[in-house]
Design a protein around this ligand. Structure first.
Ligand code: FAD
Length: 409
């Protein structure tokens, strides 16, 4: 391949793939390179802690597009290639093997690397993260010989992994450092509902616990030691405590940022002709009252990809998409819309005991987010309340018999 492309996209995950798709949809006919350090064609990451991990969906069914799609769209795939340096002035990338590639525009879509515990034993061979296909394949290859799994972290990924593993008949202990699971993303009503669901399915779920170390034998983990002295036996340890945005080469090149690279409303970084999208992009989000945040969701990666692609092609549009997210655990489908951070009140619609209900988050009386468990109607209709900055009558909001669409302004 030529050593210059019109648009280089670094990161062949959700955002990178969508950026290439959108550029071609917008009739861009210049050269595009989609560069990724994983060996595979772009694939969906959410099934890694759901259907793929459970063995219910093969890899072919989680690919974002079939392999031949990229050749048909004349997108040069540079897989298994890691970008280590960016020279913003020269408009040039350097790969781990020293090769270089010049670009006209650069889209940085590198996601993040899993944050690992830094206690003794963190590097034992049966301590796993859940970020890539390789991570999950490595766990699946061992599952036959695994009986006891300790999961560190009660966020969505840890909880989803717990649901899959219990379904597979494993004994699961889930450890959360804070006093409830999902504490960073949801209110206590949702946290407590999921805690009791997991316990009812046999998960030994413990909150407010501190991990002191991982014990091992001949390089393999044998248990997780808690600060109080107890050691929980484990054949496998899964760590799901968040990610560190993969932005080092850009920050070293001079881009503003730290926890992610800072972008404006059109996903432009502070460096010329360089855009950043997805998990690694710190942006002012209108649904967080303009606060600068990073969002780790497929919605955000895809919508920012569209914004960057259109802006590069001369049709700048601001990023103002409403955030949404989902999580599957057991037979529970959670759908969230809006951002609940900063809420000052919650209203529960429906009865959690029925396993179909919604938590509505309010700020100054205005609906800012909904978490809907097996309640798709609320999810669909609630979106309008958020976008319309509606302040509905709390009594009506709490009445699950009143459809949310009737409360939209
Ligand atoms: P990614 O999809 O992570 O892609 C980044 C790619 O860039 C990776 O392949 C990475 O290896 C590569 N890369 C990094 N650095 C370099 C470099 N220097 N050179 C070359 N390549 C590089 N979101 C939801 O909305 N719903 C869900 O249910 C959900 N479940 C999830 C479950 C799991 C297990 C995980 C891990 C994530 C889940 N997410 C979910 C989050 C969602 O997958 C991410 O938000 C999304 O993948 C972000 O897309 P991205 O393009 O920013 O990054």
């Amino acid at each position: 391949m030529n050593n210059r492309v019109d648009i280089a996209i670094v990161g062949a995950g959700h955002g990178g793939a969508q950026a290439a798709i959108m550029l071609r949809q917008q009739k861009f006919d210049g050269s595009i390179a989609l560069i990724g350090d994983e060996p595979d064609y772009p694939y969906e990451r959410p099934p890694l802690s759901k259907e793929y991990f459970a063995g219910e969906k093969p890899f072919e069914r989680i690919m974002i597009r079939p392999g031949k799609f990229w050749a048909e769209r004349d997108v040069s795939m540079m897989l298994g290639r890691r970008v280590t340096d960016v020279d913003a002035e020269r408009h040039e990338l350097t790969f781990a093997d020293g090769e270089t590639l010049a670009y006209g525009h650069l889209i940085w879509a590198t996601g993040g690397t899993p944050r690992m515990v830094n206690c003794p034993g963190h590097d034992l061979s049966s301590v796993h993260a859940v970020r890539t296909r390789a991570d999950v394949d490595a766990m699946m290859a061992k599952l036959d010989t695994v009986e006891r799994v300790v999961i560190i972290g009660g966020g969505y990924i840890g909880l989803e992994a717990a649901a899959v593993l219990t379904k597979l008949g494993k004994h699961v202990v889930l450890l959360e450092a804070l006093d409830r699971v999902l504490a960073r993303v949801a209110g206590p009503e949702l946290s407590h509902f999921y805690e009791s669901e997991h316990r009812a399915h046999g998960v030994d779920l413990r909150t407010g616990v501190t991990v002191a170390g991982i014990t091992g034998d001949q390089g393999r983990a044998t248990g997780v030691e808690l600060a109080g002295g107890e050691t929980i036996p484990a054949d496998m340890v899964i760590v799901g405590i968040g990610i560190i945005p993969a932005v080092e080469p850009l920050i070293e090149a001079g881009a503003e940022g730290g926890n992610g690279v800072l972008v404006d409303a059109n996903c432009r970084t502070s460096l010329p002709d360089i855009f950043a999208i997805g998990d690694c992009a710190a942006h002012a989000n209108p649904f967080a009252d303009g606060a600068t945040i990073r969002l780790e969701s497929v919605q955000n990666a895809n919508d920012q990809a569209t914004v960057a692609a259109k802006t590069i092609l001369g049709h700048p549009v601001p990023y103002d998409a409403i955030p949404w997210f989902w999580s599957n655990q057991y037979d529970l489908k959670l759908q969230t819309v809006g951002l609940s951070t900063g809420h000052d009140a919650t209203i529960v619609r429906g009865e959690p005991a029925t396993r179909s209900f919604s938590v509505v988050y309010l700020k100054d009386g205005r609906v800012i987010a909904l978490d809907c468990v097996n309640a798709t109607k609320d999810y669909v209709q609630g979106r309008k309340l958020i976008v319309g900055k509606t302040k509905p009558d709390p009594a009506k909001l709490a009445d699950a018999a009143v459809p949310l669409k009737e409360l939209a302004a």
